[in-house]
Design a protein around this ligand. Structure first.
Ligand SMILES: [Zn+2]
Length: 222
């Protein structure tokens, strides 16, 4: 880009979630096989998302992980092999988290700051270990139930039903129908005034500490 073109370009848009309606779309278990198409759509609609990645797939699809980082999406840690942390010994949990931090850093240069435990399953031991890694645990305020329905119309309907200001929506980039439904979904939600931002943006006002869980699930005691 020439200097004159640079000065003519509009300044990058900053989204302030205290001023506008924000929503965080999160895609788990990837990079999934349809991530490339999803990234094209997100770019087209100027939407940022958060990808909770599995280390094993960062290893097998490094180009997708790299593209996510380069295009300004947030990368979170979703374990290496998607084992239920509440059924693992502490050493095995640490290993799952560390290996995933390492491969994401190695492939993208980014160090994830958020942990989403597989299946959203956590207990006080998992919380303590997340704290050791300096990460809060992020669940979701609403699910698209995409893995269950595998149906575009159902995914759209369910996502619109659970979308709310500062919400965190659970989706998957390995579900083809999710990726196919995304252009219409983004358009509809933008029409309702939503701005698509990373999880770190929507949780800013929560001031979460490492080891905290958000949103706090029913029955969680600390
Ligand atoms: Zn998962």
């Amino acid at each position: 880009m020439t200097p004159s073109a640079a000065s003519a370009a509009p300044a990058p848009k900053e989204v302030d979630c205290t001023q506008v309606k924000c929503l965080a779309l999160t895609f788990d278990d990837g990079p999934g096989q349809y991530a490339d198409k999803l990234l094209d759509t997100l770019k087209k609609y100027d939407a940022k998302a958060t990808f909770f990645l599995e280390g094993q797939y960062v290893k097998s699809r490094p180009a997708f992980a790299k593209r996510m980082a380069v295009e300004g999406h947030e990368l979170g840690n979703h374990s290496y092999k998607h084992l239920n942390f509440t059924k693992l010994e502490p050493g095995a949990i640490r290993n799952e988290i560390q290996k995933t931090q390492d491969i994401i850093k190695q492939v993208t240069g980014v160090e994830p700051k958020l942990l989403r435990p597989p299946y959203g399953m956590a207990d006080l031991q998992v919380s303590d270990i997340a704290a050791e890694f300096g990460m809060p645990m992020i669940l979701w305020t609403g699910g698209s139930r995409d893995w269950e329905s595998r149906n575009e119309a159902a995914i759209k309907k369910q996502t619109l039903a659970v979308a709310k200001q500062d919400g965190i929506i659970l989706m998957h980039d390995w579900v083809k129908q999710t990726v196919d439904s995304m252009p219409a979904l983004l358009k509809t939600l933008q029409g309702k005034g939503y701005h698509f931002v990373t999880v770190s943006e929507v949780i800013k006002s929560q001031n979460l500490e490492p080891g905290d869980i958000f949103p706090v699930p029913e029955g969680w005691e600390k």
